[in-house]
Design a protein around this ligand. Sequence first.
Ligand code: E4P
Length: 218
Amino acid sequence: MKFFVDTADAPQIRAAMEMGLADGVTTNPTLVSKTGRGFKETLAEICEIVKPGPVSAEVLGLEADQMIDEARRLSDIAENIVIKIPMTSDGMKAVRTLEEEGIRTNVTLVFSANQGLLACKAGASFISPFIGRLDDIGHNGMGLVAELLEIIENYGFDTQVIVASIRHPQHVKEAALLGAHIATVPFAVLEKLFKHTLTDAGIKSFLADWEKVPDKTF
Ligand code: E4P
């Protein structure tokens, strides 16, 4: 499973790259707003850090023509930009046009299997089911991921599933067990994946025992 980092924060992306855990990046308007920096300069820096890994950048227009215009301008920023398009009928028109032009799209705000099916049929390169937001309202987010993977397998779509709106390590594990193509993981969750109390205890006891070794040279 590929890991994307779900952030627009360049230092976090660099740190994830150093750990070999950033195959790409996903941003959204909320994440960009948290940086306090301009959209274009932020994207350009992120694209440079993770290239050739894909970097998703979201359009703001709601009509197909607006989305297509924004997408073309965004894709001029760097070769590895992927255009995030919301799951609407106008969005799917934009996806179709952009994919035909060779501009990759990531259909965002996917909350049902049928929405995912429509995005696959429109030719999206990626779809992003928001599992945390579904769990938040008492639905089964990971169940949606399973359904989407089955639909893609049934019909041989080329679309890849990005498990999005991840809240905790259990989400990452379940996505991997289901065989999701990609998980986009917030940096704080990425850090938690390393943690286990037995690992910490093991390091502590090994270091304590090492003190008993009479000749420590090697
Ligand atoms: C990524 O593509 C999504 O925009 C992101 O995972 C949404 O996460 P949230 O539900 O925590 O805002």
